[in-house]
Design a protein around this ligand. Structure first.
Ligand SMILES: *Cc1c(COP(=O)(O)O)cnc(C)c1O
Length: 393
């Protein structure tokens, strides 16, 4: 071979005796075939075969298989974000004329997608109270094809009665899905509760280091896996093997990160609940929290994100207290090693929600516990202080 060819073609090297604990990062757009016949028959390889880099490499398949095992599912697909994990489910199973039910506590862009993307295309949605439980049956008509859940809910932290919702859905042959980002399959397994889809923002705890964006959808039905893969192929959606390698690395430490963050977060929540009216601390493991009984019944643990309701009298003080924090950073997208504070403005479609206004979402990372509490204490003091109006009354 001539030099220019040698620059392009790679010599074979031995892999004999090479055994690494790391998953290789296989990058590919093109997949090559050993014969013209194999190339002609490539579509027969099916959703599990290798045909094009966008549709999977051994690196992405390793991450998929790892998540499938944790979720106790049959297959997992990987998408570019946690939001995409939700939208790909909706796009795969909903047709014009159908309705999807979403909880009022869902990650806010879910309602935005329903209102601004699905609705103009003839797919309806209806927002329900996350604490509805078996009462969801009353919302089911012949157009409802999917019930979405998120437990606990974003920022407001309501734990849903998943078994009751699944039972109502099964009775009518309706698909169910759960955004399982907060608990991860270490603490809750939606598929084991007979749900059809379990989605996660791998961006959060699986990635675990605030440096990647990815989502997963696990299923236990091979036909649903094909539906998801078909949608992704038609839209042209896939993930980078480099990001998959980061997610695989993150998953190796997820158990200890979650155990630590969960312990410290619950400790903080308990300390707060002693200082401020207990109903202002939104943590599912606290007695009195919305869905606390369901949490105790269905979950194996709590992760490191919870919320503090900021009453009107403390709102003015909050920006300066957040800016003054030394160890916490201000930002959304939790689940990494850095602790975060995110003031969230909550609006509700249903009038049943207990809390609207400003809610401070707290993500506990891996820094020293006393350094973190030093940042939180002045905020707790501001909330605990009696409102001025009450004092003069
Ligand atoms: C962050 C988050 C998402 C979206 O994940 P991205 O990767 O940022 O798109 C979805 N659901 C929940 C519960 C989240 O916290």
């Amino acid at each position: 071979m001539h030099d220019l060819t040698l620059c392009v073609k790679r010599p074979e090297v031995s892999h004999d005796g090479f055994a690494s604990l790391a998953t290789p990062t296989y990058r590919a757009s093109t997949i090559v075939f050993e014969s013209a016949e194999a190339y002609a028959n490539r579509s027969k390889r099916g959703p599990d075969g290798y045909t094009y880099g966008l549709h999977g490499t051994p690196t992405s398949r390793t991450l998929e298989a790892s998540i499938t095992a944790l979720e106790q599912g049959l297959r997992t697909v990987l998408v570019p974000s946690g939001q995409a994990a939700i939208t790909v489910v909706f796009l795969s199973v909903l047709m014009p004329g159908d309705t999807v039910l979403i909880p009022d506590s869902a990650y806010p862009p879910v309602a935005g997608f329903c209102e601004n993307y699905l609705k103009p295309r003839g797919i309806a949605f209806s927002v329900y109270d996350p604490m509805i439980g078996a009462g969801i049956a009353d919302l089911i008509d012949d157009t409802v094809k999917l019930i979405w859940t998120e437990s606990p809910g974003s920022t407001t932290m309501e734990v849903q009665d998943i078994p009751a919702i699944v039972a109502a859905a099964k009775a009518r042959g309706i698909l169910t899905g759960c955004d399982n980002t907060w608990a991860t399959p270490l603490y809750f397994k939606p598929l084991a509760h007979d749900m059809d889809f379990s989605s996660m923002a791998l961006t959060k705890y699986v990635g675990g280091h605030s440096d990647l964006l990815m989502g997963s959808i696990a299923v236990k039905d091979i036909a649903l896996h094909k539906k998801l893969k078909d949608t992704m192929r038609m839209i042209g959606m896939g993930v980078s093997p480099d990001d998959c390698a980061l997610a695989l690395r993150g998953m190796e430490t997820m158990g200890v990160r979650l155990a630590h963050s969960g312990r410290v977060a619950l400790n903080f929540a308990k300390r707060m609940a002693e200082r401020v009216p207990a109903e202002l601390v939104l943590h599912p493991a606290l007695p009195g929290a919305a869905g606390h009984a369901e949490f105790e019944r269905d979950f194996a643990g709590a992760s490191g994100v919870f919320s503090l309701v900021i009453p009107p009298h403390a709102e003015a003080a909050l920006p300066a207290l957040l800016t003054a924090a030394q160890t916490f950073s201000i930002g959304a997208s939790w689940g990494g090693t850095h602790s975060l504070l995110a003031p969230m403005t909550i609006t509700r479609a249903t009038d049943l929600a207990a809390h609207t206004g400003t809610i401070l979402r707290i993500n506990v990372g891996l820094e020293d516990e006393s350094d973190l509490w030093a940042d939180l204490e002045p905020i707790v003091d501001a909330v605990a202080k009696a409102p001025a109006a009450a004092k003069s009354a």
